[in-house]
Ligand binder design. Structure first.
Ligand SMILES: NC(=O)c1ccc[n+]([C@@H]2O[C@H](COP(=O)([O-])OP(=O)(O)OC[C@H]3O[C@@H](n4cnc5c(N)ncnc54)[C@H](O)[C@@H]3O)[C@@H](O)[C@H]2O)c1
Length: 361
């Protein structure tokens, strides 16, 4: 199976973590009948400094013509605010990446990194959050009026709301998940009342899936009171941004979390949720697991290959039993002589070793 993969390494730690993702892809190529053609597509702050564009058209063409995109992170402290963000928003809008899927999983060996009490998370955390990725306040309609008033419009369309809700229901059906939670603010916002009606109407097609509505404020409380009871969540763009970042902190580090920006009928983009981390860039200590898990999502969502996704997940789980990068090396890990502190490459190499042994068996 031939697949063209655009590589957007980006800025800061982006290239360091994407290189570990590429190693995983190369290993899968060696052990299966996948064949990958990689093309680099520069984007972000470094390329802006060179040519004045944070998303050169040539890069965008490479992305459009690929089967899928592996993305690191963009943004630098010494470029004007908005330059890198504009490039990301353009990719999301122009490739119509309307599904933002953010899995939140607490690996068994990382329970000490969860900020919640052990008794709250003893049953683990494994949540899939579906965030609408193209509408709401991110449609960028509004501005500052006469330096006195600021407005941003929350735009929802029937098409935009329906397609993300349908995608989330289909995901539940495909993965035998018994409940879909919709998060809104229908007690205050007209847009949320519109959302809720569409959720209820589409839900009629899925009578076997329990349908629950939460106001976003109540959901944020529930997420820290009983995260083990939550499996699948669908919400709009801004609530999804906030809720998924809150959830990401429960699994130990930003460096652990992956995401997919998905167009089910087009090119999708997979990326760790963290940014370019300028404070640690160039030191080789970044955690590559968020990127490796983004590669896992690429197989599950773009290549419809759940078994390879499971193998990568297992490889990560096994590696974390004996080693950790600095961001997840807690005071508890320091007491355990069997847990080594490792750098980005060492962590990536160990996941690779575990994956090779899984693929051989
Ligand atoms: N999708 C993206 O490309 C994206 C997302 C968020 C932020 N950004 C950009 O990144 C730059 C830095 O933003 P920020 O500092 O707010 O967020 P950040 O995610 O880059 O870093 C926040 C903190 O988490 C740590 N961290 C992040 N990823 C890590 C990893 N893989 N391993 C170990 N530690 C990790 C960092 O060292 C830092 O202390 C800004 O320019 C911002 O605009 C880009």
């Amino acid at each position: 199976m031939k697949k063209k993969i655009a590589l957007v390494k980006g800025d800061g730690i982006g290239p360091e973590v994407v290189n570990e993702g590429i190693k995983i892809l190369r290993t899968i190529e060696e052990h299966t009948d996948y064949e990958f053609e990689f093309k680099e597509a520069p984007m972000g702050g470094e390329i802006w400094k060179k040519c004045g564009e944070s998303l050169p058209q040539s890069s965008f063409e490479i992305m459009k013509q690929s089967d899928t995109i592996l993305f690191g992170a963009v943004g630098l402290p010494d470029i004007p605010q908005g330059v890198a963000e504009k490039a990301i928003l353009r990719v999301r809008q122009d490739l119509d990446l309307y599904v933002n899927l953010r899995p939140v999983k607490l690996y068994p060996s990382l329970h000490d990194m969860c900020p919640l009490k052990t008794e709250i998370v003893k049953n683990g955390i494994d949540i899939s959050i579906f965030r609408e990725n193209t509408e709401s306040v991110y449609a960028q309609i509004g501005g500052v009026v006469n330096q006195e008033t600021a407005v941003n419009s929350m735009v929802y369309t029937r098409k935009g709301v329906s397609r993300i809700i349908e995608y989330a229901f289909e995901y539940c059906k495909k993965n035998n998940l018994g409940e879909l939670i919709s998060v809104d603010k229908a007690n205050v916002l007209a847009v949320s009342q519109f959302w809720r009606k569409i959720f209820q109407s589409i839900g009629q097609k899925y009578p076997k899936i329990k349908q629950t509505n939460y106001y976003v404020d109540a959901f944020c409380q529930w997420l820290i009171r009983d995260p083990s009871s939550i499996q699948t969540v669908v919400t709009e763009n801004m609530f999804g941004d906030i809720v998924s970042d809150e959830a990401a902190y429960l699994v130990g580090s930003l460096g652990m979390a992956a995401s997919g920006n998905i167009n089910p009928n087009g090119v999708s983009m997979y990326e760790p949720i963290h940014g370019s981390a300028p404070d640690i860039a160039g030191q080789g200590i970044a955690n590559p697991i968020g990127t490796i898990l983004s590669v896992k999502m690429m197989f599950e969502e773009s290549f419809q290959d759940a078994p390879i996704g499971k193998f990568i997940d297992k490889a990560v789980e096994y590696s974390l039993e004996s080693m950790r990068t600095t961001d997840i090396y807690s005071k508890f890990a320091q007491k355990d002589v069997n847990i080594k502190r490792v750098n980005c490459k060492e962590m990536g190499n160990d996941v690779l070793k575990q994956l090779k042994s899984i693929l051989k068996n």
